[in-house]
Design a protein around this ligand. Structure first.
Ligand code: HEC
Length: 114
């Protein structure tokens, strides 16, 4: 019987390729004005968690089902391990928090800075 898994935790001995996780954090490559809505404070972080951990559709192309375009292997292709997905979600959440704290500073600064 199918039992949905709503609970996510790191494995006991996580093997995480930090470079892969960092590269996967560049969601803004697609989520920019005009193409897709930016991922920012006005969205519920649960939506990000859902897309990465539950349906695994984000980052786009990192989980390919057998019938997805570009997958000719006949099986599911995972480019991120479950631990890497978990790490990615945690890193993005930390980044969200960091940006939330800086919002006032950004809105009140006199000149644009990088
Ligand atoms: C290569 C382009 C691409 C990248 C990179 C990408 N996305 Fe997306 N994203 C899309 C597309 C296309 C959709 C609409 C299709 C869908 O919902 O599955 C989408 C939809 C979403 C949605 C649903 C809301 C919406 O804007 O439609 C969320 C949330 C999301 N992505 C989160 C992320 C996160 C978090 C990352 C980084 C870890 C990420 N995405 C990286 C292309 C991308």
């Amino acid at each position: 019987m199918y039992t949905p898994n709503y609970s996510f935790r790191m494995s006991n001995n996580p093997q995480i390729d930090a470079d892969k996780v960092i590269a996967a954090m560049s969601c803004e490559g697609c989520h920019i004005n005009g193409q897709r809505w930016p991922l920012n404070d006005s969205m519920d972080f649960a939506q990000v968690q859902f897309k990465i951990l539950v349906d695994q559709s984000m980052p786009l192309g990192m989980h390919l089902n057998p019938l997805d375009p570009g997958n000719n292997t006949g099986r599911v292709v995972e480019k991120l391990t479950p631990d890497e997905r978990f790490a990615l979600t945690n890193c993005l959440e930390a980044e969200f928090e960091l940006e939330r704290e800086k919002e006032k500073e950004w809105l009140t600064q006199e000149q644009c800075q990088n």
